[in-house]
Design a protein around this ligand. Structure first.
Ligand code: CP
Ligand code: NVA
Length: 314
């Protein structure tokens, strides 16, 4: 399938049609195989890529760096103490400066409006490497992983257990709904996703023929699930906010443990996590280390999917 994504930003998966997401997943598979074969087409030769990080990162940072180097580009890491953005210099000014020097910009940080403003002013593609609201490059890697495990996406059932209103849950809502994956969030009511986003996802789901459910009943939720997914109970930047101890207690019934995995009623369900994981909080070490766990496939797939996003938009 050929498709032109040149010049496109990736702020959330809402910006991409199912066909475009499918194309990015196909490209990821193609680039992954080339890398396994030791072939590097260097399709980003002489490009310069800015990597802005307001929050820490292992996978996203390393995936962008490795993908750049594989394809012949130069990545430049700009940590929160390295540049003036948001302190002595506005986001709009920083965007225009970096846009004159770089061919693409990755942003990881707090406010989603920052990545939107960067995209508005940079004049080059801007990719969201995680904000408080969305984590689209993660979900591309997750969709690729599900597709690799089961051969397809349509009609698969993915259940997310845990903090149902964080960036990963939000992006899974959008990505699964668009790609025809039946998606369930099971969480305490206080951590249900935003209504407006659920309605948007339901609209996508109607078009793709999938379903979206939000429920407090974890055991019922996971019945017949192809995949159970979880993420940390306290996200980056929330650690010092009030009410976190109460949140952690309210999430205890949503821990992914052997009992919850068994409640799928299947022996081929997989366990997914974007990582980093807090072992024995949101997932037991037993499940994390079990044969069902595909967490390191997801981590590796960050490189191939991020590479596909950069190569396609440049
Ligand atoms: N999953 C993920 O985004 O990991 P990092 O925070 O290490 O980048
Ligand atoms: N929800 C987590 C995801 C980390 C990749 C966080 O924002 O900390």
């Amino acid at each position: 399938m050929s498709l032109n994504l040149k010049g496109r930003h990736l702020l959330t998966l809402k910006d991409y049609s199912p066909r475009e997401i499918d194309y990015l997943l196909d490209e990821s598979t193609r680039l992954k195989q080339l890398k396994y074969d030791g072939v590097f087409p260097k399709s980003m030769q002489d490009k310069n890529i800015a990597l802005i990080f307001e929050k820490p990162s292992t996978r996203t940072r390393c995936a962008f760096v490795v993908a750049c180097v594989d394809e012949g580009a130069h990545p430049e890491y700009l940590g929160k103490n390295d540049i003036q953005m948001g302190k002595k210099e506005s986001v709009a000014d920083t965007a225009r400066v970096l846009g004159r020097m770089f061919d693409g910009i990755q942003f990881r940080g707090f406010e989603h409006s920052t990545v939107e403003e960067l995209a508005q002013y940079a004049g080059v593609p801007v990719w969201n490497g995680l904000t408080d609201s969305y984590h689209p490059t993660q979900v591309l890697a997750d969709l690729l992983t599900v597709r690799e495990q089961f051969g397809d996406l349509k009609g698969r059932k993915l259940v997310y257990a845990g903090d149902g209103r964080n960036n990963v849950a939000n992006s899974l809502l959008v990505g699964c709904a668009k790609m025809g994956v039946d998606f369930v969030i099971t969480a305490p009511e206080s951590l249900f996703p935003d209504n407006e986003l659920v309605e948007t996802a339901q609209e996508y789901a109607r078009m793709s023929g999938s379903s979206i459910d939000i429920t407090t009943d974890a055991t019922k939720a996971v019945k017949n699930a192809d995949a159970i997914y979880t993420d940390v109970w306290v996200s980056m930047g929330e650690e010092d906010q009030p009410g976190m101890q109460e949140r952690v207690e309210s999430l205890a019934p949503y821990q992914v443990n052997a009992g919850l995995m068994a409640a799928t009623g299947r022996n081929d369900s997989i366990f997914m996590h974007c990582l980093p994981a807090v072992h024995d909080n949101e997932v037991t070490s037993e499940v994390f280390e079990s044969r069902a766990s595909v967490v390191f496939d997801e981590a590796e797939n960050r490189v191939h999917t991020i590479k596909a996003v950069m190569v396609s938009s440049l």
